[in-house]
Design a binder for this molecule. Sequence first.
Ligand code: CTP
Ligand code: MG
Length: 247
Amino acid sequence: MTLDSSRRVVALVPAAGRGVRLGESTPKAFVPVGGSPMLVRAVDGLIASGVVDRIVIMAPIEMLDAARQLLAAHAPAASSTPVDVVAGGAERTDSVRAGLAAAPEATHILVHDAARALTPPSLIARVVAELRAGQRAVVPGVPVADTIKSVTAAGDVTGTPDRSGLRAIQTPQGFDAELLRSAYAVDLPATDDAGLVESFGATVRVIPGDPMAFKITDQLDLRLAQALVTGAPGVHAGTVTAAGVHR
Ligand code: CTP
Ligand code: MG
C-alpha cells in the first residue's frame, strides 16, 4: 500500500525522560540548546519537514502545562500542524504506548526522540518517502566507527562482529501504524521501536541516517549541540562525521 490523500502521518515525540545521564536539574527535553529547548527544536524540525500531519508529545506528567506553554510560545506562526501534549510513562516504551493511544487516526507513525534535537528535516522527509514507497518499517542508521565487542558480565570478550554489517540506529523511526500498534500490543523487551517490530517478525529497512540526528545523552553531546547551533569557534558542522558524533 502506498500513501494517498487519506494518509495521516502522526509523529510521536518521546520527551518524558528524566535525563539522568545529562545530569541537569530539569528533564532533558526541556534543557535549552542555543536558547531553544530540545523539545521545541525537535518539533520545529518535524514541522519544517512538511511531511507530518500531526505531532503528539509525551512529556513528564508534571511538565504538561510547561510543555504546552513552551510550544505555544515557540510555534512557527505559519504552521498549521496540530501539536498535542500527553503524559508519558516510566519507561520509553510506556511513553510511546501513551502516544499511540492518543493517535488512533494515524495511518503512519513516526517515533522521534526529543533528544535528537538537531535532526535535519530532510532526514524526516526521507523516512516518510520510504513509507510512501510502501515500506512498513523504516529506520535511519549510520556506520559504526568503533570496533564493537560482545563481552560477558566479567568483561571477557566473546566475539567481534564485522563492523561493516553494523549500523547505529537513529530516529525518526517510521512505521505503518497498524504494524506498530500490533507490536506494542505484545509485551516484548526491546530498546527501540524497530526492535519491537523485529520481534514481531516484520522486516525493518535501514536507510542512511544523518550525523546531525545524534542523540543528546550526556554533557559532551550537549556541548557539541550548543557549539553546532551557535557556531562556536573550532566546531564546524561540515567537519562532523557520522563516526564523530553519533552516540
Ligand atoms: N523518554 C520518554 N519516556 C521515558 C524515557 C525516555 O519519553 N520514560 C524519551 C526521552 O525524553 C528522550 C528519548 O525518550 O527524548 C530517548 O531517551 P533517552 O535519551 O534515554 O532520554 P532520558 O531517558 O531522558 O535520559 P536518561 O536515560 O539519561 O535518563
Ligand atoms: Mg533513558
